[in-house]
Design a protein around this ligand. Sequence first.
Ligand SMILES: [Fe+2]
Length: 332
Amino acid sequence: MKLDFHTHGKLAKKLPFSRQYTDWLFGEAKNAGLHAICLTEHFNTLQFDELYGYLLERGSREGDTLLLENGLRVFPGMETDIAEGGHILSLGAPEAILELNQRLAPYKMPGHFLPFSRLMDLFSEYEVLVGAAHPYREGGHIPELPERELARLHFLDLNGKDVAEDRERAERLTFALGERLEKPVVSGSDTHQAVQYGCVYTEFEQDLRTIAGLYREMQAGRYRITVSDQAAFQVKTAGILKRALKEIHALGGDYVQVLLSDGKEKDGPSFSERIAVHYQTTVIDYSPQADRMAQKLAQAANEMAWKGYELISVTATPSAKAILVFRRKSLG
Ligand SMILES: [Fe+2]
């Protein structure tokens, strides 16, 4: 079973959840040759509940996992920030992950993250495997935590993004920490954008579907990590594509449509045409009396509302006319 221990189901934390995008990601995970993924979405991503709710709706339950229609197995998980700086992965049954996410609600904003020890206290109430994500990523301080605290971890993540940037450093430091703590090192790609799937994966001898079974095989070392020759290229390309798609979204475009259109032009207005009609202006005729002016403003606003525009500003001119600016509602 080829498993990716660290993946995301959304393009970015602050973007809305999109069923089409998530479906596309899972399809691409399968196409990349993976049999299973750990979905370790950021604990403070927008619509965390909806993403996992969608998985529960679409997948059939097998042990602690959800098997999707395309045959991809998903181990539910979460990636949580800690106060000291660094990310902690947790893997468990969907109910455990969803409940943990709710209990972490007060600690989701920067400045409010839980310290490692308190997060581990919370995790210890559930049957979850807990791992240090990319322990040597810049800004993280996991390796500096007290040894007795680190002993509470179950595994370490040899992270695809870090391997792509400097394989020698990522492997040397992560495996050394694994030896020091006597913890298994497994690998995850940290994919938010499908091109990155398969840059690293962990292959188990058996097909697994429970957290306990997975942990047993990890502890026994019955797995092998593979790093793709293309890892650096994949991670770099995925990063560029992620930035481009986020920019399309920020400009009011539909990044999911761009991905799913198979290179074919969509019917209807192009992206640049849609941007061009994002704002519209209207001038109200000469209306010296206030009540007549008000009637005309209301009429113009109502007519534009029918066309999908909302009024955002009115300027009355000295010549008793008014300039109205409207914005498209759907792109607002
Ligand atoms: Fe991540």
